[in-house]
Write a new protein. Structure first.
Length: 159
């Protein structure tokens, strides 16, 4: 094959087309005003932008926040059990047992000793066994198996 305008070979145009596809460009335009030639190499069509998600306005969020305390006030105040609160040392997922088919590490009413494993928190694909910080009896479990927990979130109370 011969030469094309712009002093390009077919291989050059093929290489430009590859660049367009690799970089997700819409097109490349080459123009030579001396001979009046123009080459447009088009790539893949650019996908449309994703549909917009509905946004909750600040006044609606404030109304929802105001409604929540009203419900809390109607409930009788629960007396929190006295004792040591065991908190999550990391952000992750709380597991009450070493495996789904195994019994939980602790149950309400169970006596525990300092250093006993009382839960697992999975964080970044690592299973962290959490030891009990004190001797005592499990008074209350505050989180359900498989729930996400935040750093320093209360998990259980030991008295």
């Amino acid at each position: 094959m011969g030469r094309l305008p712009f002093d390009l070979e077919i291989e050059d145009i093929s290489a430009l087309a590859d660049i367009i596809n690799e970089k997700d460009l819409g097109e490349i335009r080459l123009e030579d005003e001396d001979i009046g030639a123009k080459i447009v190499i088009k790539g893949r069509p650019v996908p449309p932008p994703p549909p917009m998600q509905p946004v909750i306005s600040a006044p609606m969020a404030a109304q929802a926040a105001e409604a929540a305390p009203a419900k809390a006030e109607t409930k009788p105040a629960e007396q929190a059990p006295e004792g040591e609160t065991v908190k999550a040392p990391v952000v992750g997922t709380y597991y009450s047992a070493p495996a789904p088919d195994k019994p939980p590490f602790v149950q309400v009413g169970q006596k525990v000793k300092r250093g006993d494993i009382v839960m697992i928190i999975e964080s970044m694909k690592i299973m962290n066994e959490i030891p009990c910080p004190v001797d005592g009896t499990v008074k209350k479990l505050l989180v359900k198996n498989g729930e996400a927990v935040e750093f320093d979130q209360p998990i259980m109370i030991i008295g």
